[in-house]
Ligand binder design. Sequence first.
Ligand code: HEC
Length: 356
Amino acid sequence: MLGWRLRSPAAALAGIGLGLGIMATAVVPWVEAQTPAQREQAARKAYEEHMRRMDEAEKAAAAKPAAPPPAATPPAAASPASPPATAPKVATPAAPKPAVSQADQDAATERGLEQYRRMMKEDPWSNPALLDADRGEALWATKKGPRNVSLAETCDLGKGVGKVDGAFAELPRYFEDADRVMDAETRILWCMENFQGFDSTAFRKNPHPGGGAPVRDIGAIATYVSHKSSGMKIAPKAEHAKEKEAIALGEALFFRRQGPFDFSCATCHSESGKRIRLQPLPFLSEPKEAKAVIGEWPAYRVSSTHVMTMQHRLLDCYWQMRLHRLDFGSDVSVALSAYLYDRARDGDIAAPGLKR
Ligand code: HEC
């Protein structure tokens, strides 16, 4: 069912395969680089090259005569009168048989990612998202906005003004000055509006990057903030009444079926081993599976070659459910993430992570 998202499933597969291939080969040069500065330079170069090749692949795919529309919109999903019992069943593509089977493709992608993850462990510099974390660090410290102040000198992420270490691990949390619960991105935007004096109207209309474009400034700052809790455990306090309320609301939303397909989050995310095409669907209400994946956000997303934040991830799943657009920083978005981080409590933070 993801087919309708992709201009052509074949192009997407080629793109992912290409991306993995490039990264697997691109990793080698900077593993051997000596100083951190050399490594960073090598990583930056490989990242730029990776972006360039992805752009080329996209252009090549777009230039091809129009592929038949992805035949993945199955009758069951197309008819609102008979909603499918489970979403991923509808994923079986009726597209022309590829030379390599879907299972083989999945396995190859899985192996590629596994290899890439191993390399990243050996050399964390090989995750392109760290470049965005760097950008975020600079943005955090730079005086900006109509009031020309930095976030570092004004913004409290919960551990005190300007304190970033360990702050992400306790988010989402209740903030008295705003009298509401906020996640990292929502809080950063709030600080930009309230301290730096930014008008967020334009940003809110289009808060997330398109494929290949770098993550926006708030996402970069969130990536930096998350990275400063990397290695710690997910530990939101969940003590304040409003924090508990947010978690409860998130849980209710997670299980509530709604929209034209009558999907809930649980339709796709509450069974082990489910997948839609390439993507395994973690059983997010199950702490063990939530712990394994939630601490990796924000993450560099190979298939779109940019960092994707949790707000963006949730918006994307909302889109898959054909719900109204999930507003950046809305109570609903924060409640969903409060629920997910609560499920993933005690899981390791390994951010920014890497996702397919
Ligand atoms: C129609 C199926 C579908 C529904 C319904 C759905 N999602 Fe997803 N979700 C996906 C897919 C597919 C992915 C993996 C995407 C990828 O790997 O690019 C995903 C990934 C995620 C992830 C990241 C998991 C990881 O591996 O780190 C989170 C978190 C998430 N969804 C939350 C939600 C929430 C919350 C809802 C309800 C608001 C929801 N999803 C509803 C299909 C769905």
